[in-house]
Every structure is written in structure tokens, then in C-alpha cells.
Design a protein around this ligand. Structure first.
Ligand code: FAD
Length: 455
């Protein structure tokens, strides 16, 4: 390490940065990490974890409603936003402490400050201006929520960052966006009792997911009282005597107590000092890397959302781990991004792995579709009619299952396990000879006999 303060300096203590720092330290590297906000990053502090806790909170409403059919009389129920936020914050603080402790125990030095690159082997700590050198620098600065900054009145809108600390539950909320974060937060507000509008510029919510799931979730959301407006965006937002009002490009005026923008996320490169260093970025500002996460400057690597390969926590973690194995463990490792099981924690939930029907038809031509839609058993003793949807996309030539898609309870849990089978190249025949686990919803996947034909 002659001449350098550290073997590795990591900028950003989120999912990717923390994993890379710990694994590199485990290989004996001298490691430091800078974090400008809170250790744990987006996922732990204001992403996956607090969101899922709030999804759980929102689903209690369903349980209470369904209880009567099972003979339960539930007394008067009341939801208290402040209690949920306080309990969620306590849990997040606990996790942050664990992340910090794990870094310290691994021998990683933590600098609680914004860090800026000042050279291929040097960073400046913004807290005290100190310059620190490192043989390798890893950029793991994540992403930030985008807003439509050209819209008059946009300063009145919030993003997912503020969502987690709203002082109270808004009675009326508009969510601008149709991606998974927009859809999930719409479900949370709906379950907790807000009046929700989802406003999305595209033709249908959840671009990139299987069309059957997109349509079915849209219908389920409307049946649950969420107003889904597609093909429009806000043209302006204004403050009114009672809250906010947005006017859409379609001329609709929508009043709300909060307007939340969830229109996608951009890579965090602002204030990073990349200009003049020769680190290449793409049109969206994502840092360009090779399959080993190395940037155009050999001593600088980048992982996670800042590279915009697949903006998900397990992907950032896998990239951080592979980077450390490659650079410090003498085990070159590239991450395969081709098969990523994904969940959308809407209510009802989505779980998906592999190709959508449309993608499979484009890539493989002849595909067989197997699908089923049914009322989940749990709802049979209730007044509810919400349906579950399950679908398999199969390559006709090889019989390989190319994609599996689910809408309904525990969809994400199923998709995680289906990811193993699909990743191993399981065929429809493999699914068919698996004995069903009864009674379950997942058993439908091994009992799908009839090919679906359009019309
Ligand atoms: P991050 O976790 O964002 O960490 C980057 C860190 O770098 C941050 O802590 C930031 O403060 C710090 N930083 C930035 N610049 C500097 C600097 N110059 N100096 C010092 N520190 C800096 N993913 C899933 O897989 N499942 C989900 O259910 C899911 N839900 C989500 C819900 C929401 C509302 C959001 C916003 C995201 C969600 N994600 C989810 C995405 C997931 O959070 C990210 O993909 C993941 O956190 C990316 O990890 P990362 O290491 O790239 O960056």
C-alpha cells in the first residue's frame, strides 16, 4: 500500500458500498467509507425496509375487514400515523446501528461526511477539507428521486424521501408516477385510508412488467378505490386555502393535501467531482462501468444505483461483493444481470421473474402461455372478490420456462423461489412433475395443464 492512506476508499455507505467495504476489509484491505447522511443508505433508511413496514401497516385494514367472515368481531379500530412513524424510526435506527457496528467490527473507518473526488486516487472530506489517498476508490453513491422541475409550483410537491416523515397522514394524495415506487406508495396510502389518485404519463402503470399483471393491478387498484389516471401529467401545481391543487395536461384539476412525485430516480453524481477526472457517464448521468464495475479511470470503480444497471438492493449488494472479490480477493467476479426476481409491494402484490410474454415473443417467437385467475382461498369466507393471477411463459421449442408472473398474496415470496427454478433452466415438464403442495396458491404453478389461447 506504499504511499496511500487506504487500499480502498468507498463513497456512500448504502447497500453496495457497505458490502464492498466489509468484504474488502475481510480480505485484509485497509478500508475507509464516507457517508453524508445515514449509514445503511436508501434501502435501510428511506427505501425498501421502511416501505415494507408501511406496506404491512396498510394491509392490517384488509385483515380487519376479512375478520368478520371468520367469525371475529373486531371492536372499533383506529389508525395512528405518528405511532407508525415512531416505531418505524426506532427500527431503522436499530438497523443503522447494526450496519455501523458491522463496518467498525470489520475494521472499516467511517467518515460521516460528503466526499468529493479530487483525483484518480484522492478524495476530499467536506467536513474538514482533509485530503485522503487510496489505491482504489469505489463510488457507491446511489440515486435520488427525480422531479419534473419545469412545472410551476413543483416546490410544493414531495418525494419518497419526505414520505417517510410526513407529520400526518394526508386525507387526499396524488402520486405522480407509474413505476413500482409510485404504485407501492399509492397502495400504502389507500390501505391507511387516504383518498388516492395515481397520475401516470404512460398508457398503463408498471412499464416493463407483464401486460396481464399491469392491467390486473390497475383494475384491482380501481376496485380498491384508487383513482388511476393514465396518459396525463401535471402541468402546474398551486397552493390553495385548503391544501394543493394540480392541473393536468388533460385539463383536470385535482385537489390534494400532498402531491408526491415518484417518476423515477437518477444517479447521484452531483457534487462528486467527476468533471475533469475522465470518468465516463451515460446520457442519464449514470457512471459507465465494465463487467467488473471498473470505470474509464482504472483506479475508480462504481457499483449500485449510480451505475443504473438494475436499481435494486440485492443487485447493488451483489455488485459490491463481486467488486471486492475481484480487486481484493483475487477472484474475478462479474455479476449476471439477466435474471432478477422482482417484487412490487402493492396490495395485491406482484412477483415476477424472467421474461414478460411480450419480451418472450420478441426474442423467442413461438411461446406457450399458461395462466389462471382465481379468488384466493383466504377470501372465500369473506365478501371480497379480488382475484389472484398466475402466469407462465414457456418456450415452445425447448419447453423452458422463460417467465413466471404472479399477482396476489405472497407473490414476491413465490417469485424469489421460482427464480431458482427458472435460473436453472427448468422446463414446463419439470414444473408438471413436481407434486403440488395443497392447499396453497403456489400449487397452481405445478398444475397448469391448459395452454391459453387468445379470444
Ligand atoms: P444507496 O443505498 O442509495 O446508498 C448510497 C449512499 O451514498 C447514501 O447513503 C447517500 O447518502 C450516500 N452518498 C451519496 N453521495 C455521497 C457523497 N458524495 N459522499 C458521501 N456519501 C454520499 N430495492 C429493492 O431491491 N427492493 C425494494 O423493495 C426497494 N424499495 C425501494 C423503495 C424506495 C422508496 C426507494 C427510494 C428505493 C427502493 N429500492 C428497493 C431501491 C434500493 O433502495 C436501491 O437500489 C439501493 O439502496 C441501492 O444501493 P446503493 O448502494 O447503490 O445506493
Amino acid at each position: 500500500m506504499v504511499g496511500y492512506d487506504y487500499d480502498l476508499f468507498v463513497i456512500g455507505a448504502g447497500s453496495g458500498g457497505v458490502r464492498a467495504a466489509r468484504i474488502a476489509a475481510g480480505y485484509g484491505a485497509k478500508v475507509a467509507i464516507a457517508e453524508e447522511y445515514r449509514v445503511g443508505g436508501t434501502c435501510v433508511i428511506r427505501g425498501c425496509v421502511p416501505k415494507k413496514l408501511m406496506v404491512y401497516a396498510s394491509r392490517v385494514a384488509d385483515e380487519i375487514e376479512e375478520a368478520a367472515g371468520y367469525g371475529w368481531t373486531i371492536g372499533e379500530s383506529r389508525f395512528d400515523w405518528a405511532t407508525l412513524i415512531a416505531n418505524k424510526d426506532k427500527e431503522i435506527a436499530r438497523l443503522e446501528a447494526i450496519y455501523t457496528r458491522n463496518l467498525v467490527n470489520a475494521g472499516v473507518t467511517i467518515f460521516e461526511t460528503h466526499a468529493t473526488l479530487t483525483g484518480p486516487n484522492q478524495v476530499r472530506l467536506n467536513s474538514d477539507g482533509r485530503l485522503i489517498t487510496a489505491r482504489t476508490i469505489l463510488i457507491a453513491t446511489g440515486g435520488h428521486p427525480n422531479v419534473d422541475s419545469g412545472i410551476p409550483g413543483i416546490q410544493h410537491a414531495i418525494t419518497s424521501n419526505e414520505f417517510f416523515h410526513l407529520p400526518e397522514l394526508p386525507k387526499r394524495v396524488v402520486i405522480a408516477g407509474g413505476g413500482y415506487i409510485a404504485v407501492e406508495l399509492a397502495g400504502v396510502f389507500n390501505g391507511l385510508g387516504s383518498e388516492v389518485t395515481l397520475l401516470y404519463r404512460g398508457e398503463e402503470i408498471l412499464r416493463g412488467f407483464d401486460d396481464d399483471l399491469r392491467k390486473a393491478l390497475h383494475q384491482a387498484y380501481e376496485a380498491r378505490g384508487i383513482r388511476v389516471v393514465c396518459g396525463e401529467v401535471f402541468a402546474s401545481i398551486e397552493k390553495t386555502g385548503t391544501g394543493l391543487a394540480g392541473t393536468t395536461t388533460g385539463g383536470n384539476r385535482i385537489e390534494a393535501d400532498q402531491i408526491l412525485y415518484a417518476i423515477g430516480r437518477g444517479p447521484n453524481i452531483r457534487g462528486l467531482g467527476l468533471d475533469g477526472l475522465g470518468v465516463s457517464v451515460d446520457d442519464l448521468g449514470a457512471i459507465k462501468v465494465d463487467r467488473y464495475s471498473q470505470t474509464s479511470v482504472p483506479s475508480i470503480y462504481a457499483v449500485g444505483d449510480v451505475t443504473n444497471r438494475a436499481a435494486l438492493t440485492p443487485v447493488a449488494i451483489r455488485e459490491g461483493h463481486a467488486f471486492a472479490d475481484t480487486v481484493f480477493g483475487n477472484k474475478p467476479a462479474a455479476v449476471d444481470h439477466s435474471l432478477i426476481p422482482t417484487g412490487v409491494f402493492s396490495t395485491p402484490e406482484i412477483g415476477t421473474v424472467g421474461l414478460t410474454e411480450a419480451q418472450a415473443r420478441t426474442r423467442f417467437g413461438a411461446v406457450d402461455i399458461y395462466k389462471t385467475s382465481f379468488r384466493p382461498m383466504k377470501l372465500t369466507l369473506t365478501q371480497k372478490s379480488e382475484r389472484m393471477l398466475m402466469k407462465l411463459v414457456v418456450d415452445q421449442a425447448s419447453d423452458k420456462v422463460l417467465g413466471a408472473h404472479i399477482l396476489g398474496p405472497d407473490a414476491a415470496e413465490m417469485a424469489q423461489l421460482l427464480g431458482i427454478a427458472v435460473g436453472m433452466g427448468a422446463t414446463k415438464a419439470d414444473f408438471d412433475r413436481t407434486i403440488a403442495l395443497h392447499p396453497s396458491a403456489a400449487e397452481e404453478f405445478v398444475t397448469l395443464r391448459t395452454k391459453w389461447t387468445p379470444g
